[in-house]
Design a protein around this ligand. Structure first.
Ligand code: IPM
Ligand code: MG
Length: 375
């Protein structure tokens, strides 16, 4: 009897609840068929939490998140919340979770499933077989740096409008070193190559980033091949020849942007999972939150059109990184691949002539059926 795996499910807004419902089917399947015991709690985040509590993440939910092995999050945000004060916007709930759980390493794999290579905006021969991993720093940089704010630009009569908006890009050496270590560790289990991206040509924080990544390499991971690239060149190389990369490590803001570009290479944002990991807890499992890279897609919410695969693959990452259930994770990934190879598609993966799309729930059912068939 293994000990129980505790999960907190935060479906959030928009398509979040729909795609999370399919993940629950998968969790139930592993519980019933693979001898795993899951303790599953549900709670609110984002606009859904704001509607109930007036804040996008209550203190009580924050405490629950700190006490479980892994948080599974759907998506946050929507047009109903666009005019809210910045401090209570849905996104603040997500940022609070990342910051207070200290989830400094955000793993965003971009893999191109063979069955979907033609959905990429790039040519099949450029993306087929693509398998890269972006490791994004998630708890620091310009997202959190102080000073920040919007204030009056006093004593500057030449400034039409009279205001100034400020954010601060700030990294400590320790923050860079710990995310660099995460990237080198992951590279050793893959292609053993890391490319670090920053803007050392214009930013001091970029110079520090480059030097500290190099330091970690030289002192602790000399066996891993390390290269450095300016982030703008990195964006260009990602669309020119993405397969040149294995692991990319970069800061919070560049990682946000580059991971969206990498996601689109694979054909659909609806396919990409992520893991956000922090330091090990007392039971040896890392602090962890898993979420799809896509957003809440309010335009299609509630219509059964959403693709649950990114959220399901995020749970596969939970199996692998939180629970050391690598075989189960691989089985789930194979089930997804099988269903796609069979031609099953949600609406986001359809061309104009491709026939009828399956619903969110049908996709979930078919993935569970493929899991069961594998055994
Ligand atoms: C992401 C999202 C978030 C971010 C938003 C929703 C705050 O774009 O996870 O990539 O900017 O980090
Ligand atoms: Mg983003």
């Amino acid at each position: 009897m293994t000990d129980a795996y505790s999960l907190l499910i935060l479906p959030g807004d928009g398509i979040g609840p729909e795609v999370m419902a399919e993940v629950v089917k998968v969790i139930d399947w592993f519980g019933a068929n693979r001898g795993m015991t899951f303790e599953v709690g549900h709670d609110l985040v984002g606009g859904a939490a704001y509607d109930r509590h007036g804040v996008p993440l209550s203190d009580e939910t924050m405490a629950r998140a700190q006490s479980v092995d892994a948080v599974l999050l759907g998506a946050v945000g929507g047009p109903a919340y666009d005019d809210l004060d910045f401090s209570v916007k849905p996104e603040r709930g997500l940022l609070r979770l990342r910051k207070e759980m200290d989830l400094f390493a955000n793993l965003r794999p971009a893999q191109c499933f063979d069955a979907l290579a033609d959905f990429s905006s790039l040519k099949r021969e450029i993306v087929a077989g693509l398998d890269i991993l972006i490791v994004r720093e998630l708890t620091s940089g310009v997202y959190f740096g102080e000073p920040r704010g919007i204030h009056a630009d006093d004593n500057n009569p030449d400034n039409e409008g009279g205001r100034v908006g400020v954010n601060t890009q700030r990294y400590t050496s320790g923050e860079v070193r710990r995310v660099a270590r995460a990237a080198f560790e992951l590279a050793r289990k893959r292609g053993n190559r890391v490319c670090s991206m920053e803007k050392a040509n214009v930013m001091e924080s970029g110079i520090l980033w480059r030097e500290e990544v190099q330091w970690v390499h030289d002192n602790e991971y000399p066996d891993v091949a390390l290269s450095h690239m300016y982030a703008d060149n990195g964006a260009m190389q990602l669309v020119r020849n993405p397969r040149q990369f294995d692991v990319i490590v970069t800061d919070n803001l560049f990682g946000d942007i580059l991971s969206d570009a990498a996601a689109m290479l694979t054909g659909s944002l609806g396919m990409l999972p992520s893991a956000s990991l922090g330091a090990p807890m007392a039971n040896g499992r890392p602090k962890a939150l898993y979420e799809p890279v896509h957003g809440s897609a309010p335009d299609i919410a509630g219509q059964g059109k959403a693709n649950p695969i990114a959220c399901i693959l995020s749970f596969a990452m939970a199996l692998r990184y939180s629970f050391d259930e690598g075989d189960a994770a691989a089985a789930l990934e194979r089930a997804v691949e099988k269903v796609l190879a069979d031609g099953v598609r949600t609406a986001d993966l359809m061309g104009p002539e491709d026939g009828t799309a399956v619903s969110t729930a049908q996709m979930g059912d078919l993935i569970v059926a493929a899991l069961a068939a594998e055994a």
